[in-house]
Write a protein that binds this ligand. Sequence first.
Ligand code: COA
Length: 141
Amino acid sequence: MTPAEMAAIHAAAFTRQRPWAEVEFVSLLDDRTTRVIEVDGGFGLLLVVAPEAEIITLAVNPAMQRRGTGRRIVEAMMQEARDAGAATVYLEVAAGNLPARALYAATGFEETGRRLHYYRFPDGGSDDAIVMARAIDGPVP
Ligand SMILES: CC(C)(COP(=O)(O)OP(=O)(O)OC[C@H]1O[C@@H](n2cnc3c(N)ncnc32)[C@H](O)[C@@H]1OP(=O)(O)O)[C@@H](O)C(=O)NCCC(=O)NCCS
């Protein structure tokens, strides 16, 4: 998947957040700590600095949603994190992003914190970030 294709899926999937430009994906992919998970209709970017890993973004083309693609990407990222020696996978998600929060809850992530007004949107609004974590093995530390 090219950076341009990632930018297109990201822009279609995220309706409220500022879309990330192709050049931002180019620079993320250049970083040796970034790992890419590609599946038909979606992708995820994972940052691994063992023993921690972080989901940087995850997007599924709206026309392909609710078919298990997001779940497959999350599980592939967990496997990638394990292979890279990570013990815990973290992420931040906007409090109002109910589909993503449901996906992460369904895949075993637990809420570990909240950052108030973390996201500022182009429409002038803001939202809190929910911090979530899932241990590779056993309970969240
Ligand atoms: C969040 C997102 C990646 C989910 O992708 P998806 O392919 O539709 O997810 P799946 O089909 O694998 O769903 C797995 C589970 O997550 C939950 N879920 C996913 N979308 C949901 C929705 N719109 N409403 C409620 N629950 C939802 C359900 O529990 C679902 O299981 P089920 O279909 O058996 O009920 C997708 O909606 C998306 O790209 N959203 C915009 C980008 C985004 O928010 N990314 C994450 C930001 S950190």
